[in-house]
Design a protein. Sequence first.
Length: 248
Amino acid sequence: MITVYEKTTGLTDKPTHYCPGCTHGIIHRLVGEVLEEMGILEDTVGVASVGCSVLSYEYFNCDMTQAAHGRAPAVATGIKRVLPDRFVFTYQGDGDLASIGISEVIHAAARGENITVIFVNNAIYGMTGGQMAPTSLIGQKTVTSPEGRNPNIQGLPIRISEMIATLDGAAYIERVSSHDVPNIAKAKKAIRKAFETQKKGLGFSLVEVLSTCPTNWGLDPTESLEWVKDNMVPAYPLGIYKNREERI
């Protein structure tokens, strides 16, 4: 019998805790596959964030540590400076990275820290009950914006990739999505490119992955994938926002 698909050794065998239809699991798999295919699992240290992905240290089959809320880039900076031969990445949601941790990621990028950030954007606070996040869309209803996000009251969404790309220390910044197979394939290529950027010592890399949150969006899994395509992609255009290698 021909093996069509085999589980990556980049992930442990522990079942994940994510809700049905959440694409965190897909993004985990992509990271695990890239680490395995690059042959760097034994040389990688991941930093788990606080939020729905707080237990990612139980799923990635590499050395992992846990950071305080929003502080993953600072922890990753310390690890990389002490162990410069290691591949170091953070795995963060939008509540963790774009809210309480936004200063950490901005300054890590500005310093050109040679780390990789996997940024999962589902436009809402997932673990704590569906509150409005810095990435929530205009008009999006959450438990803290029940009438929809109003830019005159709650302000406008923050586009992290565009902002980080303006910093000189940023080497590779790309936004991808996880809502269908072609985009998942592109997401994997972007994640690999980010780790290759780190391998070459070019500086800070970040891959933003648009993701789903069926539970807090009040949608079924299929509807949530369509919501990403119809609402999130127009608001957060996909593509490469910075690639320092192209200018070398």
